[in-house]
Design a protein around this ligand. Structure first.
Ligand SMILES: [Zn+2]
Ligand SMILES: [Zn+2]
Length: 222
């Protein structure tokens, strides 16, 4: 199936209006390319794309925080059971389709003469692309988790801003904080300053300001 059609059909599975309205307009960009083939304005492109992504991000974050607080904004209306069961799935679908849409839009624009758009894509850090809140939500609806470092199933995980995660034990070992006389939360708070880059994607300082969604399933107390 062509991507535009696929996108439209997936978009139709969204029932939250805010999400539905802020799916990135792939068709708009296809048209844009058609009419601006030989006069691409990179600044204008990036500005417009940035605005569309910010709009998507704003709606995504709004619904995400309502969902994580277990207070859905509105009751989900009738929806195809086979595909979407609840708002969490809907948010994950929204994230997936927008990430793919942004990738395809940037690739197409670059192919048609707009410079550096793939660079823009690879640096994009909108929360619908990657965020610890999104990973928290994904972990919440999946049943099993394994620490990618020690391969053990753990009781507590720490999720980094880049959405990679590891078990709390591995995190404490890595930051040499496991032997401190403090609660795990305080050990992590001390450790984040020593945690210079994510071991998976090398993102610098992948833990800046801890909030409760950095800890799955919850902030450890003892
Ligand atoms: Zn581990
Ligand atoms: Zn990472």
């Amino acid at each position: 199936m062509k991507f535009a059609k696929q996108l439209l059909s997936l978009r139709n599975h969204l029932c939250l209006e805010g999400l539905k309205d802020s799916v990135l307009p792939y068709k708009y960009w296809k048209k844009y390319i058609k009419y601006h083939k030989n006069d691409m304005n990179p600044d204008e492109i990036v500005n417009t794309l940035e605005k569309q992504c910010k709009d998507a991000e704003e709606n995504f974050v709004k619904e995400l925080s309502h969902t994580l607080k277990k207070k859905p904004l509105i009751g989900c209306c009738k929806i195809d059971n086979k595909i979407q069961q609840d708002i969490s799935h809907e948010l994950i679908l929204f994230s997936d389709i927008n990430r793919t849409a942004l990738y395809k839009i940037c690739k197409k624009l670059q192919k048609n003469g707009a410079p550096n758009l793939m660079n823009y894509y690879s640096k994009a850090s909108f929360k619908f692309i990657q965020s610890h809140e999104l990973m928290y939500l994904k972990m919440k609806i999946e049943s099993q988790h394994e620490c990618p470092i020690c391969m053990e199933e753990a009781n507590s995980y720490i999720i980094m801003d880049c959405s990679h995660y590891m078990c709390l034990t591995c995190m404490l070992k890595m930051t040499n904080t496991e032997k401190l006389n403090a609660t795990p939360y305080n050990k992590v708070s001390i450790g984040i300053h020593k945690f210079e880059s994510c071991p998976f994607c090398r993102r610098k300082h992948p833990l800046k300001q801890l909030d409760k969604y950095h800890f799955y399933p919850s902030i450890p107390k003892s």
